[in-house]
Design a protein around this ligand. Sequence first.
Ligand code: OAD
Length: 269
Amino acid sequence: MGGPAAPPFSARHRVSMLPVAVSSRELHMPLSETVSIVVLTGAGISAESGLSTFRGAGGLWEGHRIEEVATPEAFARNPGLVHQFYNLRRRQLLDPAIRPNAAHRALARLEWRWGGEFLLVTQNVDDLHERAGSRRLVHMHGELAKIRCTFCGDVRAWAEELSVATSCPACGRSGGLRPHIVWFGEMPMEMERIEEALAGCDLFVAIGTSAQVYPAAGFVEMVRGRARTVELNLEPSAASHLFDERWHGPATEVVPAFVAGLLGEDVER
Ligand code: OAD
């Protein structure tokens, strides 16, 4: 994963809200012409479930930018701090109050109801898409609810606190466990599968992502001119101008409306 994209937010990127009453007709596109759909999601889709985004207000963690706790260098320098950061996020995800929202459910419905090729690529490390029912899903930045042993390569589900003293359940050695998360400077997961899906897609939809982190921020340019491109976000992202269509508003309103338009259904609230 590369660093943040060059253009930061500026005054001209300020909020332009989608009028709340979006008719399905306005968002309709002829599905018959669509063979393959790729959806990219970011932190914005989980915001209304109670998980904070990375770059919004409150996006700092105890004065650290995400880039300062999400690098292999940070982990080598201060593994306790990095474990603490991910322990907190893992604990938050296990809170029963954190549940999938209408946007997660709408994407699961799209996957199940629509018969063509489909891939949901998420930058999110939460498991709200799975909990909503999504199955054709790639966690390109890894998964908070899993850990990996850097000694033996074992990857497994993990709901506990993690520390430098925790020993690997597979090989028994301690000091080698890390969150199964892609940090800055590391390769995102399953890039081959993602690139293959992007190469063949007719509809590309980016949801709740600021387009500040590559390679995900560059997906729209990979498909532009060949696929129909749609941005669904609270406000224009850094890449907004590259999309054919832009719908700005809260994910729980915009995503169900968009999916209903695709499937010719009534909107779920
Ligand atoms: P960001 O926090 O950068 O961006 C979140 C986007 O969601 C912003 O554009 C917001 O305007 C939008 N947003 C906020 N609330 C929303 C809502 N209710 N409905 C719709 N949109 C909303 O998050 P990402 O783009 O996902 O990587 O960040 C990309 C990567 O940067 C993350 O995966 C993470 C981070 O470093 C790792 O930690 C590996």
